[in-house]
Structures are given as structure tokens and as C-alpha cells.
Design a protein around this ligand. Structure first.
Ligand SMILES: Nc1nc2c(ncn2[C@@H]2O[C@H](COP(=O)(O)OP(=O)(O)O)[C@@H](O)[C@H]2O)c(=O)[nH]1
Ligand SMILES: [Mg+2]
Length: 332
């Protein structure tokens, strides 16, 4: 996953040159890592804070300690099933006396967490031109903002980006994407509110081919009259995209609001079953204690997490790095 943009254009300028950092853990100077940790503070407080308190008053690893640990993990929105899977291996290690003390338990927990999160997003077929990304998710999760952040990263990698305003449902949606397109200097294909989103997508892909764009990002509506309507619409968009450009959309990104905790897992399941999801972006992990939800998404639904959103600014989108994340939420 961390290679997405380097692979995009070998020899293109690395994303760092735009101030957008690639890997928070890779020895980039304390400033960046500090900011990354800082944004995840609420989740860290809930996880690391309570974990340290528990471990510091425990001398041995017993059932009572493991039960309390289970409760801590569930409260951090890791989810009942994922927590069960996380702890089953650790309970086994404890039973075999492999965990000598609380420090060993913490190390085992971190290792298991990283293992569960380590599910790299598949690389889009960069040989396609344009590479088409469909961005889905319910209203307000951060789709349009994430599209702008992604566009910025692609541009920093030397790729030209065209934005397709497929959310024709809300009046403000086209306007919002237009503002981003202007700010980014990206191409935009849009139609008035109420237009058929599939028609917008057809236009956009035709234009992208004609103009030689490298990447198309398709924004979509997150709320139609019913869930069935929404899923049907997304399916239709996919079919239309494939008609305009065989193989498109090449990669479907589901955007989820981290702040909604376990609800995000249910949403992800619905979208995944209906349209198929290649990777997820979990937004708003700044200022929520529910960051444990990323573990559920990756482990239970087996959806790779490509990026996490850590704020509203253009450079507040980070490639998801399991180790950096585990360290940021487990180390006080
Ligand atoms: N704090 C924070 N806010 C975010 C993040 N991503 C998006 N937002 C905000 O969430 C709100 C809804 O975003 P928008 O992109 O319009 O959602 P959409 O309806 O899914 O397109 C906006 O106010 C964004 O600035 C994030 O990672 N962190
Ligand atoms: Mg939007």
C-alpha cells in the first residue's frame, strides 16, 4: 500500500516533495510522528491509557487480567468478534506460560494487532489510462474531502487527475467538488443537480480518455431514498463506467467515518456485499476514541485499509501503516 504513488509513476516526484508524508514510522524526524500520535490521542487514551493501568497493577497473567483486557479492547471499538480472535491466541500463549509478565503480554498484543491489520490494499492497474477510482460511502463520512486529498497525492506523484461529480443528489455536492477542483487545479466533469450520475460518469470517462488524464476519481451520493436505491445506483455507475472504458472502475474505495465505531463495520459489510470494495479509507480518526474499528474492518471484513483521515486539511490523509498505528494507540 505504501507504494501506491511511487508505483504510479516511477521517477515522478515523491509525495514528500509536496509536504505529504509517506510513512510516519520511517524515521522521518520526530515532528511528523509526533503529529501522527497526537491526532490519534483519543483512541490511545482509551486503549493505551487503560492498558497501562491494568498492566501496572498486575503481576501475573491470569484469567481476571485477560477478562479485563477483553473489556478494554471492546470498549475501544475493536468489536466483540475481533477482540475474541485477538485474545484467543494470547490466551493460548498464556496457558502455555509463554508470557512471563505483563510486558510480554503487551508485546504479544501488539504483535497480534499488527498481524490482524496487515492486509495491504491491492495495487490498481497503473498501466490503465486513466485508472478509475469509484469512491463510495454514506453521506457525511468524508468522501468528497477524501477525493480532494487523494487527488492531491496523485498530483504530487506527477499524475493528472480528473474529478467526476457523481453526487448529483445534493445541490451543494457539485459545488463542493468544484471548489476543490479549482483549488487543486484538477479537471472536473459535472452536470446540474438531479442529473443521472451514470451520465456524469460516462461523460467523465470519455473526457478523461480524450484529454489523456492519468487518474479519474468518481464522487458519489451517499444518500438516496433507500439503501436499495443507493446500491442500485452504484451498480449502475459501475456498469456504465465499464461501457465507457473496459475494466473501469479499476478500484472501489469505501469511505467510512471512524467516529461511528462499530456502525462503520455494518456499513462496510452492506457496501461490500452489494458492490465489492477494494479498499477502505477510515476518516476522522482525529478526535475519536473509536479508532479500534480499523481492526474490525481489516480483520472481520477482510477489507484492506488504504488510508486513514486524521483531519480536514489536504495533507491529513495517511497511507495506513499497521505498525505505526499499533504503536500510536498502544504506547502511552
Ligand atoms: N476531523 C476530520 N474531519 C473530516 C475528515 N474527513 C472529512 N472530514 C469532514 O467531514 C465533513 C464531511 O465531509 P464530506 O467530504 O463533505 O463528506 P461526504 O458527504 O461523504 O462527501 C466535512 O466537514 C469534512 O471536512 C477527517 O479525516 N477528519
Ligand atoms: Mg460529498
Amino acid at each position: 500500500m505504501l507504494d501506491w504513488f511511487r508505483k504510479a509513476k516511477p521517477g515522478g516526484p515523491p509525495p514528500e516533495s509536496s509536504g505529504v508524508s509517506e510513512n510516519p514510522a520511517a524515521g522521518e524526524g520526530g515532528g511528523f510522528l509526533a503529529r501522527f500520535r497526537d491526532r490519534l490521542a483519543a483512541t490511545r487514551d482509551r486503549l493505551a491509557g487503560r492498558l497501562e493501568a491494568l498492566l501496572s497493577r498486575s503481576r501475573s497473567i491470569d484469567d481476571a487480567l485477560l477478562d479485563e483486557l477483553e473489556e478494554i479492547l471492546i470498549t475501544a471499538d475493536i468489536g466483540v468478534r475481533t477482540t475474541g480472535d485477538l485474545l484467543s491466541k494470547i490466551r493460548l500463549q498464556a496457558a502455555k506460560k509463554e508470557l512471563a509478565d505483563p510486558a510480554a503480554l503487551k508485546a504479544a498484543l501488539k504483535a497480534r494487532l499488527i498481524e490482524m491489520l496487515d492486509r495491504p490494499a491491492p495495487d490498481p492497474p497503473w498501466e490503465a489510462k486513466p485508472v478509475v477510482f469509484l469512491v463510495a460511502g454514506i453521506n457525511g463520512v468524508g468522501k468528497t474531502t477524501t477525493i480532494a486529498k487523494l487527488a492531491r497525492r496523485f498530483q504530487a506523484g506527477g499524475l493528472s487527475v480528473l474529478l467526476a461529480a457523481g453526487d448529483t443528489f445534493r445541490a451543494a455536492a457539485v459545488e463542493q467538488l468544484t471548489v476543490w477542483a479549482e483549488r487543486l487545479g484538477a479537471d472536473l466533469v459535472a452536470q446540474p443537480t438531479g442529473a443521472d450520475p451514470s451520465a456524469v460518469v460516462f461523460d467523465a470517462l470519455t473526457a478523461a480518455r480524450a484529454r489523456g488524464a492519468d487518474v479519474v476519481l468518481i464522487d458519489t451520493a451517499g444518500r438516496l431514498h433507500t439503501k436499495v436505491n443507493l446500491m442500485d445506483e452504484l451498480k449502475k455507475i459501475k456498469r456504465t463506467a465499464a461501457k465507457a472504458l473496459p475494466g473501469a472502475p479499476h478500484h472501489t474505495i469505501l469511505v467510512l467515518d471512524g467516529n461511528t465505531g462499530q456502525n462503520a463495520v455494518r456499513q462496510a459489510q452492506t457496501f461490500h456485499e452489494a458492490v465489492g470494495v477494494d479498499s477502505a479509507v477510515i476518516t476522522k480518526l482525529d478526535g475519536t476514541a473509536k479508532g479500534g474499528v480499523v481492526v474490525s474492518i481489516a480483520h472481520e471484513l477482510k477489507i484492506p485499509i488504504a488510508f486513514i483521515g486524521l483531519g480536514e486539511a489536504l495533507d491529513d490523509l495517511q497511507p495506513f501503516d499497521p505498525r505505526a498505528f499499533a504503536e500510536a494507540v498502544l504506547n502511552p
